[in-house]
Ligand binder design. Structure first.
Ligand code: AMP
Ligand code: MN
Ligand code: MN
Length: 333
């Protein structure tokens, strides 16, 4: 499975790593781990993302390896790159955002001499990549990066172990989501052996929130609405409320799943108002209803039990429309 990618790593010298917009810890951890591994082989590596890491996740990058794409500064690097790794984003170049546009132009140039490699755990067709390892049995892209590094004979350094562990911890909702399997736990054990301190990393991610954000969680819990005979719950957050709690949409990791704590709930929906008339839709399910299909209809994507999309429209209208759609879907159960 990794033969082709290991060959490229051995033969080429200049690499660019990228991931999806609004990167989460799976995207960032996978990038940082692969970056360290490639640099240990003497390769020239640049991580280029469309968006910076959310403030609560900046701790993962003490050496400031992550770069937010800047056209003037980065075009040269893009022109000279021999391999582009697209991580945690198999949905196409759009999923990579503005740097994706520039990378796509480079990849599509004739006589391009650049290889595009996609490694992901979202179940998408991967037409844009020359080489792809897409495995939706993996709970996180980081599991696949673990596989790549170990199959290539690379060392699991303590920092690589920490980045991959953080990615798996968060993409599995602390090993609770239905994507968690035996292999996930086996890999986690190997990462702990290699130096990932599971308790310290948990604390770093889940016990370092500003007070306002925890209070906002209280607000979301208080404002949950139930429908479909208790089989769905939803909540909507407007810009004003976010501001009042000192929060931004990037801080809300974990919020969409809050409603899943309630017995009998199959689907949980969170709609968050973004600037310029857009709404971020997040869907979670207990696995009995495939929310990925709903997100895809809105131009988004994800996994069967965790999916999302960003749409144009008014917060109340988008929310009401989705609630009606989910209620209709649940009726057919
Ligand atoms: P979120 O609701 O943002 O936590 O995202 C849940 C899942 O849906 C993640 O696996 C994301 O990668 C995926 N997802 C969220 N937004 C989008 C989008 N606009 N396009 C494709 N996938 C998305
Ligand atoms: Mn991700
Ligand atoms: Mn992921």
């Amino acid at each position: 499975m990794w033969f082709e990618i290991i060959r490229l790593i051995n033969e080429k010298q200049r690499f660019i790593l990228t991931a999806h917009t609004n990167p989460d810890l799976d995207a960032l951890g996978s990038e940082l781990a692969l970056d360290e591994y490639l640099r240990s082989l003497g390769k020239e590596v640049t991580i280029l993302n469309s968006d910076s890491a959310p403030r609560l996740l900046r701790f993962v990058d003490p050496e400031r390896r992550l770069r937010t794409f800047s056209p003037d500064r980065d075009q040269g690097k893009i022109d000279r790159a021999q391999v582009i790794f697209v991580l945690d984003a198999s949905g196409g170049w759009e999923r990579v955002g503005r740097v994706g546009e520039v990378l796509a132009a480079r990849a599509n140039r004739s006589g391009k001499e650049v290889e595009v490699v996609c490694i992901d755990h979202h179940a998408n067709p991967v037409g844009f990549a020359d080489v792809a390892v897409v495995n939706s049995d993996a709970a996180a892209t980081a599991e696949l990066i673990f596989d790549l590094i170990t199959q290539a004979g690379g060392a699991l350094t303590p920092s690589i172990a920490r980045w991959l562990y953080l990615a798996i911890l968060t993409d599995t909702g602390s090993f609770r989501f239905p994507n968690t399997n035996l292999q996930t736990h086996r890999i986690a054990a190997r990462l702990i052996e290699a130096g990932a301190d599971s308790m310290q990393l948990y604390k770093q991610v889940y016990e370092q929130y500003p007070l306002g954000l925890v209070r906002l969680k209280g607000h979301v819990l208080n404002s949950l609405q139930a429908g479909a005979g208790g089989r769905m719950v939803w909540s909507a957050l407007d810009q004003e409320t976010l501001k009042a709690y000192g929060a931004t949409p990037a801080d809300l990791d974990g919020f969409p799943g809050l409603g899943m704590q309630i017995g009998g709930v199959r689907v949980s929906l969170l709609c968050v108002e973004l600037p310029r008339g857009r709404v971020k839709v997040s869907l979670r399910s207990d696995g009995s209803l495939n929310v990925n299909g709903l997100a895809e209809k809105l131009g988004g994507g994800g996994h069967p039990s965790a999916a999302g999309a960003t749409v144009e429209g008014d917060l109340a209208q988008v929310t009401a429309q989705l609630v009606a759609e989910i209620e209709a879907l649940l009726k057919s159960f």
